[in-house]
Design a protein around this ligand. Structure first.
Ligand code: OFO
Length: 167
């Protein structure tokens, strides 16, 4: 495997792992604050990002590359409220999308069509996750600081997420 591409895939492994850790910290914050629906949502997002990471690890190994499992940064684990939590969610997804686009660009530069093909799954996944993060944040922006709105958001978040996934 081309060294630049191998390096980028290893970086991507780290970003997916970092997202998984970040969402775990967000789930735990929500759990402690009594937002059980939001907590479930982020526990499951954390699992998903872990799968994204593992999928890359297996792929690099299959292609005969060397996987590097890196140390991670401590995730942010305290928030002013749901609005800040979901701003962070969108920011994190946008960052990952940017990195994936960079991998795709480099694959084309290095004519690595195999990795390019593999990465298409991530492109689709990111489109969905970013759309989800935007939808949820839009709803919170409408709700503002209204406590009963937050209560309903927490109650309904998993239904909203499921409906969005079907679109
Ligand atoms: Fe949503 O980060 Fe993985 O791909």
């Amino acid at each position: 495997m081309n060294a630049t591409i191998e390096n980028l895939l290893n970086n991507q492994i780290k970003y997916e792992a970092q997202a998984s850790l970040q969402y775990l910290a967000m789930a735990s914050w929500a759990d402690a604050e009594g937002y059980n629906g939001v907590a479930d949502f982020f526990y499951s997002q954390s699992e998903e990002e872990r799968l994204h990471m593992t999928k890359l690890v297996k792929f690099v190994n299959e292609r005969g590359g060397k996987v590097i499992v890196s140390a991670l940064d401590k995730p942010k684990d305290s928030y002013q409220g749901l609005n800040e939590l979901f701003e962070q969610f969108l920011e994190s997804e946008m960052f990952v999308t940017e990195q994936i686009n960079h991998v795709i660009y480099e694959c084309l530069e290095h004519k690595d069509y195999n990795v390019h093909n593999f990465m298409q799954w991530y492109v689709t996944e990111q489109l969905e996750e970013e759309a989800m993060a935007r939808t949820l944040l839009d709803k919170l922006n409408i709700i503002g600081s209204d406590k009963s709105g937050h209560y309903l958001f927490d109650r309904d978040i998993n239904a909203i997420a499921a409906a969005q996934e079907k679109e």
